[in-house]
Design a protein around this ligand. Structure first.
Ligand code: GDP
Ligand code: MG
Length: 197
């Protein structure tokens, strides 16, 4: 029995800052260079409802966003109550979710489905850390973004970090189904795979 080891899929979004800055070609080239197959690709002007589905109103996810911000404030010795008016993770996460919806609807987004062995983990690695300051050089966020969470929060915007990528296999499955119909996924075998696999 043969087991497909290269059938894992993930979603990468080039957020509006990446599209408007003309980074799509260079970002997609990095994914292809790593041996991933681009099996779905389109440009979308995201509306509010689609944005609300992508950035789900899930209390756990929203609170995690708030906790992430609180860790950033602690790291920089800053007072969230003074700057954001609260230190409640759910409230702060709710602000960030609102800013994310404004961000993803602010211009065109390019959505890609990528396939290959360990595609989810590989695309997260190529994307780099959420925060540009912590993203390693050589990663998409490390090379193409620079805003800090503190600066973004002060400006009441999401951290503009160029790309979104699914964080685990379950999130990837949900997000691919949300962004692409089955007919929009083109199953194929890149020529490079005969050398890779
Ligand atoms: P990701 O999976 O690496 O994109 O990170 P998360 O799922 O935790 O966060 C989703 C997005 O929210 C990030 O990509 C950023 O655009 C934004 N974001 C995360 N943390 C913060 C924050 O502390 N402040 C602001 N303004 N935006 C944030
Ligand atoms: Mg995430």
């Amino acid at each position: 029995m043969s087991v497909a080891i290269n059938d894992e899929r993930t979603l990468l979004l080039i957020k509006p800052d990446g599209v408007l800055r003309g980074l799509c070609g260079r970002i997609i080239a990095r994914l292809e260079d790593a041996g991933l197959a681009v099996v779905g690709l389109k440009m979308v002007q995201v509306g509010k409802e689609q944005a609300q589905r992508h950035y789900m109103d899930d209390p756990q996810w929203v609170a995690n966003l708030g906790h992430k911000t609180l860790r950033t404030y602690a790291k920089h010795g800053r007072d969230p109550v003074a700057e954001l008016g609260t230190d409640d993770p759910a409230t702060i996460g709710g602000y960030i979710r609102g800013w994310l919806i404004d961000y993803i609807t602010s211009g065109p987004t390019v959505a890609c489905v990528l396939q290959g062995a360990h595609a989810v983990e590989l695309v997260r690695k190529l994307s780099g850390d959420t925060m540009p300051i912590d993203a390693a050089p050589g990663t998409i966020r490390g090379d193409f973004s620079s805003v800090s969470a503190i600066a973004a929060n002060t400006l009441h915007t999401a951290v503009k970090n160029v790309v979104h990528s699914s964080s685990d296999v379950d999130e990837a499955r949900r997000e691919i189904a949300e962004w692409f119909s089955p007919a929009e996924i083109c199953v194929h075998r890149p020529v490079s795979w005969s050398a890779i696999y």
